[in-house]
Design a protein around this ligand. Sequence first.
Ligand code: CP
Length: 311
Amino acid sequence: HRHLLSIADLKPWEIRFLLDEAEHWARANRGNARKHDDRLTGMTQINAFFENSTRTLLSFEIAGKRLGADVVNMHAAQSSVKKGETLIDTAMTLNAMAADVIVIRHASSGAVALIADKVDCPVLNAGDGWHQHPTQALLDALTIRRRKGSFEGLIVAICGDVLHSRVARSNMLCLAALGAQVRAVAPPTLMPPEVEALGATPFHRMDEGLEGADVVMMLRLQNERMDGAFIPSPREYHMLYGLTPERLGIAKSDALVMHPGPMNRGVEISSVVADDPNRSAITEQVEMGVAIRMACLDVLTRGARGVEGWQ
Ligand code: CP
């Protein structure tokens, strides 16, 4: 069986295939009171979240339920992890319950791959440390494709705390693979050294990074990951790197505003921009999250269901 651990594991045609599959689910979900498909009936999906989540956990749960799976959630805070159980022992426990697909979020980069190695079913990475958040990048790509049509030559500025962002790392790889011109815009202290290897061009000044952008993707300042590093005050950060209506004016006049959430309003993004119905795609991103996760759960369990897939 195949896992979904990193965008780096996907060929460009596989990314497009997942986007096409998700487009089907996006249309099926919109305006339909009854959204069940039930192709995963009888299968067990475990969502094991060792880190907090609103969007990713709920959309994986909704996606699994819409496909008919029996979905159970394990929250680390209420689990035996708190009693000192190791990650591997937890993984073996989930495996012994005969899960057919496991979705994992963990604060440590590489922890999800470690579990994937030990279990007998597909594992989907719902975010591991600073490393990857592949379904977020896929839902962002689907949102962009729906609004802009295609990726070829599209200028996407990913702005803010790039250093601590698994969302940025997955998005740089994904959007570059699809043919976009990707920019990473961050202060020098929040710019990881590997952005060019991930397919992006680094910019330190917000105004330069936004010039001519078709898509402006804002990132949260991840204070919980700063680890003693220099943290600018929220006011200072907003002055230099916050997306205000004036700053957005530097991008193209029809530039799309995105944010993976959770937002810190008044820090990386002003409420006027975040709530602008003509420019902001933030709630559409959440909507596409369910569609993308339905596509990923369906495609990754096709082998076990004896259905032809991409594997
Ligand atoms: N975008 C995202 O991963 O949000 P959550 O942390 O709420 O899942």
